[in-house]
Design a protein around this ligand. Structure first.
Ligand code: GTP
Ligand code: MG
Length: 208
């Protein structure tokens, strides 16, 4: 199949045909593995759904909300019959019940530990907050399950340019100690469209 590994081809591919393919609220409902998958995770409200929309250039694709804990299942979006983007429910939502946290762990573990088609997980970190304790706990999970991940710093429009370099350095310093992490963190703003081209180009290597 034709490669999409140039900026123009990557943009055309990621902003091309994309449809909601499946929603999985439980481990049993995970769809069969067909296409290479890229999944998006991070703290509740970090901007996962917004980033999926920015990458695909479709504002209404994944549901975005001011209310944390909006995405409650794994949402699978099929891109051009060649790739699947997976918008995951976030962690760290302060008002989540114990039962909800238990169910979240079951679902996330089921997906992460045995998904042959998962090519790379995008771990989103809010530029204003940096890496928090629950991010560390989650990274430990990724280490245990040997899930390859890349860190994407979100909402960079919300902090000063001078602070960004320090946040990026601190994040990279921490992730480089974790086995399956990509060493460089991407700087993005879904709102302003910053860094989206770079993320597309990076993810294009997994298109089959
Ligand atoms: P959950 O599904 O609830 O875990 O949230 P999420 O991580 O999917 O976040 P979502 O994309 O719903 O965005 C949460 C809020 O952050 C929304 O109000 C977005 O408009 C806002 N937001 C997301 N990305 C950006 C960004 O790059 N810049 C700014 N300023 N706001 C953003
Ligand atoms: Mg969401």
């Amino acid at each position: 199949m034709a490669s999409v590994a140039t900026p123009k081809k990557a943009e055309a591919f990621f902003t091309g045909n994309c449809v909601f393919a499946a929603g999985a609220p439980t481990p049993e409902s995970l769809p069969a593995e067909h296409f290479p998958e890229i999944a998006f995770i991070g703290r509740s409200n970090v901007g996962k759904s917004s980033l999926v929309n920015a990458i695909t250039g479709k504002n209404m694709l994944a549901r975005v909300s001011n209310t944390p804990g909006r995405t409650q299942q794994l949402n699978f979006f099929r891109l051009g019959d060649r790739m699947m983007l997976v918008d995951m429910p976030g962690y760290g939502y302060a008002k989540a019940s114990k039962d909800a946290i238990y169910d979240w762990n079951l679902l996330i573990d089921a997906y992460l530990k045995d998904r042959g088609t998962l090519k790379r997980l995008c771990l989103l970190i809010d530029a204003r907050h940096g890496i928090k304790e629950n991010d560390r706990e989650f990274m430990h999970k990724l280490h245990v399950y040997a899930v390859p991940f890349v860190t994407i710093i979100t909402k960079t429009d919300k902090i000063k340019k001078t602070e960004l370099a320090a946040v990026k350095a601190a994040v990279e310093n921490e992730i480089k100690k974790i086995g399956p992490a990509w060493p460089t963190a991407f700087l993005t703003s879904s709102e302003k469209g910053i860094g989206i081209d770079e993320v597309r180009l990076f993810l294009a290597q997994y298109v089959e």
